[in-house]
Design a binder for this molecule. Sequence first.
Ligand code: SF4
Length: 701
Amino acid sequence: RGDSKDFDREVDSVCPYCGVGCQIKFKVKDDKIKYVEGIDGPANENRLCVKGRFGFDYIDHPHRLTKPLIRRDDAPAKGLNVDPGNLHTHFREATWEEALDVAAGGLARLRDEDGRRVAGFGSAKCSNEEAYLFQKLIRQGFGHNNVDHCTRLCHASSVAALMENVGSGAVTATFNEIENADVAIVIGANPVENHPVAATYFKQFAKRGGKLIVMDPRGVGLRRFASNMLQFKAGADVSMLNAIMHVIVEEELYDRQYIEALTENWPAMREHLRGFSPEKMEPVCGIDAEVLRDVARTFAGAKAAMIFWGMGVSQHIHGTDNSRCLISLALMCGHVGRPGAGLHPLRGQNNVQGASDAGLIPMFLPDYQSVTDDGVRSAFSEVWSSGDFSSEKGLTVVEIMDAIHDGQIRGMYILGENPAMSDPDVDHARAALAKLDHLVVQDIFLTETANYADVILPSSAWYEKSGTVTNTNRQVQMGRPVRKPLGDAREDWWIEVELAKRLGLDWTYSHPREVFAEMKRTMKSLDNITWERLEGEAVTYPSLSPEDPGQAIVFGDGFPRAEGRARFTPANVVPPDEVPDGEYPFVLITGRQLEHWHTGSMTRRSKVLDAVEPEANCSLNPKTLRALGVEPGEYIRLSTRRGSISVMARADRAVAENNVFLPFAYVEAAANILTNAALDPYGKIPEFKYSAVRVEKDGRM
Ligand code: SF4
């Protein structure tokens, strides 16, 4: 905290980290952020967590990219081998003109040989307008749909299940609605670390007497506030949830009227659940049958209940089945579409909701309009004043890496994503990046992915750009710059426009508000939301009139599906892709920590956050460590069928005895060297939350 002489400007904007979307007031002096304050946004009501409060100084880190770079002709072979403090061994500085010409020229050459040979990864850390432009550039510029982003790695399976059964991929109620609930389930999520401000609402709910049911293989932080903590066996979600629903059917606790009025496929669901008695599922999921019965009665008996879930649910080869179960559980009890009732997948990145809405996905155009629908495509072609593009769904994140190895994809444009850290089986992904004929990376730092680039385009940090952003609550908010991009860096939308022009596209945008205006022509979800309105207030979509602040709760009177009915889709138990055996006897679970964000490119360059968590670590149960002869603070070696890393061990009683929890922010012990690239067949999301791993004492001290 300071007083007014400590700053010369105040700028109201939004936090760049998680999907909660806290509004922040930046206090700026001499173009530097001095400190911040939470302001009264709809999702945070003045609150901030440690990342929002202290994680802003990375924008002035000495390793910021401030000049366009082109790989030198005499650079060493591509690999993870560039010193970020001495880029000149591999890259030479270039003017924007030259760098853009080389970047676009290489992509155009591959396009003209065969348009399908180029793919694009956009970013959930960019604005809605930048995400929209990115998908448009790939579709209009290359004629296909090989465009994706990190939603594929977080909630793709949740979205698949929600689209299938509810008709919409977004939340049915804001997380703030928990104040009107009397029961809430939080499953496969660790909001105390990953959505910390949302977690404060959950804690308040429990302190007021709400029944908080926490379900997770790890004893996550919310357990201290829980009325029930179900620490089930990793990968056993479907068996546990089916057993709970079995009790609701068996004891006729379901909402008959709701089911008859607003759902379909109930008879098949009811029949399917017969085989999942709690007694039969107890050894499968590891939860006592009586506890399962108790939870079923509590949830079904609630006046209003919500279900929140995270990547513990979604990042499995049965992630879509897990979400199907949660949707069915809510539907059978009529816990959707009322105050205090709803389904809420907690979205991870600050704009993963908005980037998905804007069409940064290979099967959907903006507003989840299918690329296979001829009418939809021709409507977009009309707005874009261009010819048709492919009706074939594009490749997803992991599939694109495989396609590079197969020679199908030879060039990529990657904006703000870091697949050389974030992809599963990351050595496979790094080898793919090294094979590309032409890689254009647009980012603020020399990320691990940028190590493999042919051209690097220095771009803007979130604090340096104008644009809208959409949080987990469907709230669209305005991001405002605290200053211009550092050095010769440029705003991402500007770089996209310049590349598009060089790819032969007739783009004339001169400000993101013009992009937003075009988005409104293609996205019904933005009805009644204008740039000017967002300058003054956050608006939750859908907004029913220019005065309506937006609908916090949706689907009270029907769903956007045939006949307005949601669907029950039964799910069977599918085992994880690889299960522990004599060689790899433990279960590896990866995830995040409070202080670090995803692949660490921002938070590990933020002084306060990095000082709190400076070193790669992993957590094991104290009994497991004792059995291994390892003291906390010593190093252990983790090995899977993909690779091996050495990392410092921590003792954590919240981790089950046969589990290992490993954060994925640390390049020196990259978790994704170990993880399994097996995919959920519907959401195409990898199984980050379950790999068979061997744990050994490492000699390193
Ligand atoms: Fe930022 Fe999320 Fe923390 Fe809010 S809860 S300050 S949005 S990281």
